[in-house]
Ligand binder design. Structure first.
Ligand code: ADP
Ligand code: CIR
Length: 356
């Protein structure tokens, strides 16, 4: 049973969501009185409550999603809330649907989306992974953070050729180096209020860090939002090369590090928007005519299942007309299809820009 103090916080949080006129999150949309009453007393084996799930979206009323899963079991225990959020975000993935098995497909089907180098500044494909046997951020101990970092570091040290690089722990990194890595779009930001409210930043910076090769075309984030974020990126639009590099890296890591995977949900992540393939394939792109009005850009991008973010990532504005445009859904389709969705959409957006 949930204790009275937690119940009081839950009731206040529910009221805050209901009373807010500015809140348009999926949390607010699907946490109906009926669902709230059903879920408010539930607890997972690790002790996670509905409060752990919703506190980020309650504190941050401008959330798009608003929920996180403190542990894998939460996706089931609080399914009445997670299921409709997942279905809405991932374009109709129903509670009865099963995510397809991992399939990166034929890399040769991918192209350079902007061979003339006129629109695309850079391209990035990332996926998230969780280590089997460990819960998500809010339930991790300081010792587990260290242990996970050690395990990952050991496997990172075995990368060869183009993927060979070094691991840089956040602990001890000087602020200037850290900020430069953030400004250059290589490193996660610090003090994300959505993650902080979700209790995902405890013991920071313990166990957190970044690995990258010399060219900074292959990177890995350790213990930020997810246990692992595996990233391939470079200037220009050569999606084939970039995705090919990511696939090579993922296959190497999984030889030694077993990932958390669920039959229905695919690869498990802290945020339900990242489940399934966990793939976000994006371009940094300038479309001066189409993007003259961000609302219009979002409307057109939406037709191709694409999401528009600002220059520094989620919840940021565009700087100098540069937008981050990526596939939105990550579930109910294969890795190949998720990346292809981005490729096809971006090719269309460039076509529209040219015709304007
Ligand atoms: P995530 O992609 O992991 O969901 P963010 O939206 O916060 O998280 O983006 C992480 C970083 O990656 C940000 O600095 C963002 O600007 C950068 N980024 C995303 N796409 C690209 C891209 N195509 N080229 C360069 N940087 C990118
Ligand atoms: C929100 O709801 O807007 C934030 N909690 C972010 C949600 C999706 N992004 C993410 O997982 N990084």
């Amino acid at each position: 049973m949930t204790d009275q103090a937690t119940l009081d916080k839950l009731n206040a949080g529910f009221k805050r969501l209901q009373d807010s006129k500015e809140c348009h999150s999926l949390l607010k949309k699907y946490l109906t009185q009926d669902v709230f009453d059903k879920l408010k007393s539930r607890k997972t084996a690790m002790g996670a409550t509905l409060l752990d799930v919703i506190q980020s979206g309650v504190e941050n009323l401008d959330s798009g999603c608003g929920v996180y899963a403190p542990d894998a079991e939460s996706y089931k225990t609080f399914g009445e809330l997670f299921d409709p959020i997942i279905e809405d975000y991932h374009g109709g993935f129903k509670p009865t649907d099963k995510h397809p098995p991992c399939d990166f497909g034929d890399i040769n089907q991918f192209v350079n989306v902007d061979p003339e180098n006129k629109y695309v500044i850079s391209t990035r494909v990332r996926c998230g992974r969780s280590l089997q046997g460990y819960p998500f951020n809010p339930c991790l101990t300081e010792a587990q953070y260290k242990e996970m970092q050690d395990k990952v570091k050991a496997q990172l040290a075995t990368f060869e050729g183009e993927l060979k690089g070094s691991y840089f722990p956040l602990t001890g990194m000087d602020k200037k180096t850290q900020q430069q890595l953030i400004d250059d779009h290589f490193l996660f930001k610090e003090g994300d209020r959505f993650l902080q409210a979700a209790n995902a930043c405890r013991y920071w910076p313990t166990g957190r860090g970044i690995y990258h090769n010399d060219a900074k075309t292959f990177l890995m984030w350790v213990n930020e939002e997810d246990h692992l974020r595996i990233i391939s990126m470079q200037k220009g639009g050569d999606l084939k090369q970039i995705f090919g590099r990511l696939v090579k890296a993922v296959k190497h890591i999984e030889q030694k590090i077993p990932f958390s995977h669920d039959d229905r949900l695919g690869f498990l992540t802290f945020c339900p928007t990242n489940l399934g393939t966990t793939i976000r394939a994006s371009v940094h792109i300038k479309l001066p005519k189409l993007a003259a009005d961000r609302k219009k850009l979002e409307e057109v991008a939406g037709k191709y299942n694409l999401q528009v973010r600002g220059t520094a990532g989620e919840h940021t504005e565009s700087v100098g007309g540069v937008y981050d445009i990526s596939n939105k859904r990550r579930m109910g389709l294969t890795e190949y299809q998720a990346v292809k969705e981005m490729q096809d959409g971006i090719l269309e957006l460039i076509k529209i820009e040219k015709s304007m």
